[in-house]
Design a protein around this ligand. Structure first.
Ligand code: SF4
Length: 349
C-alpha cells in the first residue's frame, strides 16, 4: 500500500516536471527575445531615439521657417547669416509644411535671411497662400527687414497674411547705418513707415522687432512706437551664437554689440509706458523658438550654437523635433502663444 502510493506520487511528480519543462521551453524563446530586444533597444541609437520621443513628445505649435539665409542687409549682430545660398524647391517646402500641419502646427512664421529676396517675393507669397488657403493655418506671419516689399505683393497675397513684422533697431538712420541695418544710403525708416501704411490698407497686422545692442541701448523710441502703433513690439537682447555671429567660423563678430542684462532692463524700463512691448532677454530667447533652417532641419541652440537635426523631409517631424532643444515651458512663459490670427485680433483697420 505504502509502496504503490509512493510509485503513484513519483509518477505524478514526473508528469508535473515534464509539463513545467514544456511550459518553460515554449515560453523561454519569448522571454529571451523580449529581454534581448529590450537590451539591444536601449543600447542602440534607435533605442535612444525612442526614449527621446517619449520624453520629448511635443507639438510644433508655432514654427519659424528660415527658408533662406541670403540677405541684402549686413547687420553686425545677425544671428542667421548667409552660410549657404540653398533654398528648397517650392514643392518640397510645401511638403514639409504639410507634415508640420499634420503634426499640429498652428502658426508658421517665415523668416531668413531676407524672405522677400527669393524670386522677388513670389516664393514667399506662394508659401503664405498655401499655408492659409490649403493648410488653413490660423496664423501665417513674416519677419522681414522691409526693404524689398512692394505694394503689389500686398495686393496679391495680403489676404493670406496675418502678421508682418519689420525689424527696426533705431529711429535714427545714422545708427541704422552703423548697425548695418540698411542697404547703401537708403533710409530704413522711410520703408518702415511706408509698410506700416500698406499693412493698414491691406489689413495685415503690423509688428516691430528690435534688437537692443550697444548702438541703440540708450535710445528712447516711445514716440515712434506709439505713432506706428504695432500690435506687438518685440524687443530682443542682442544674442551671441557660436558659428553665426561669434567664433572662428562665423560670418559676423557681434561681441561689440552685446549689452549686459542691466542695460537691457534699463531699456525696457524706459519704455514701460508702451503697452505692446514684449521684452526677450537672452535667457528667454535662446531655446524658446522652434527654428527650421533652409533644409527643414530643427536647430538646437542649447549649447550656444545651432546644432541641426535631420530634415523633417527625411525622417518626419516626430523624429526630428527630438533634436530641436525646444523649451516649451519657456515658450509659454515668454508669451509665445498669443492671439495670432488677424481674424481674432479685432483690429480697427
Ligand atoms: S536684416 Fe540683418 S539681421 Fe536680418 S537677416 Fe538680414 S543681415 Fe541678418
Amino acid at each position: 500500500m505504502v509502496f504503490s502510493s509512493a510509485v503513484a506520487f513519483s509518477k505524478l511528480l514526473l508528469r508535473l516536471c515534464i509539463s513545467t519543462l514544456r511550459v518553460f521551453v515554449s515560453v523561454s524563446p519569448i522571454v529571451w527575445r523580449w529581454t534581448a530586444g529590450a537590451l539591444k533597444g536601449t543600447s542602440s541609437a534607435h533605442g535612444i531615439l525612442e526614449e527621446r520621443k517619449v520624453q520629448n513628445a511635443m507639438t510644433p505649435t508655432s514654427v519659424n521657417y528660415h527658408f533662406t539665409r541670403r540677405c541684402n542687409y549686413k547687420c553686425g549682430f545677425c544671428f542667421h547669416t548667409a552660410k549657404t545660398s540653398f533654398v528648397l524647391p517650392l514643392e518640397e517646402a510645401k511638403r514639409g509644411l504639410r507634415l508640420l500641419k499634420e503634426a499640429g502646427m498652428e502658426k508658421i512664421n517665415f523668416s531668413g535671411g531676407e524672405p522677400f529676396l527669393q524670386d522677388k517675393g513670389e516664393f514667399l507669397g506662394e508659401l503664405v497662400q498655401y499655408c492659409k488657403q490649403e493648410l488653413q493655418l490660423p496664423s501665417v506671419s513674416i519677419v522681414s527687414n522691409g526693404s524689398m516689399i512692394k505694394e503689389k505683393w500686398f495686393q496679391k497675397y495680403g489676404d493670406c497674411l496675418d502678421i508682418l513684422a519689420v525689424s527696426c533697431d533705431s529711429f535714427d538712420d545714422a545708427t541704422n547705418q552703423l548697425i548695418g541695418r540698411t542697404q547703401g544710403r537708403k533710409s530704413h525708416l522711410d520703408n518702415l513707415y511706408r509698410i506700416r501704411g500698406w499693412c493698414q490698407q491691406y489689413k495685415v497686422a503690423f509688428k516691430i522687432n528690435s534688437v537692443i545692442n550697444t548702438f541703440d541701448a540708450d535710445e528712447d523710441m516711445t514716440e515712434h512706437i506709439i505713432k506706428l502703433n504695432p500690435v506687438r513690439w518685440k524687443v530682443f537682447q542682442c544674442l551671441l551664437i557660436d558659428g553665426e555671429n561669434a567664433g572662428e567660423t562665423a560670418l559676423r563678430e557681434a561681441e561689440r554689440f552685446v549689452i549686459s542684462g542691466q542695460q537691457f532692463r534699463e531699456f525696457v524700463d524706459r519704455h514701460s509706458s508702451v503697452s505692446c512691448l514684449v521684452p526677450e532677454s537672452n535667457e528667454k530667447m535662446r531655446n524658446s523658438y522652434l527654428i527650421l533652417d533652409e533644409y527643414m532641419r530643427f536647430l538646437d541652440c542649447r549649447e550656444g550654437r545651432k546644432d541641426p537635426s535631420k530634415s523633417i523631409l527625411d525622417v518626419g517631424v516626430t523624429d526630428a523635433i527630438c533634436f530641436s532643444g525646444f523649451d516649451e515651458a519657456m515658450f509659454l512663459e515668454r508669451g509665445g502663444k498669443y492671439v495670432w490670427s488677424k481674424a481674432d485680433m479685432k483690429l480697427d483697420w
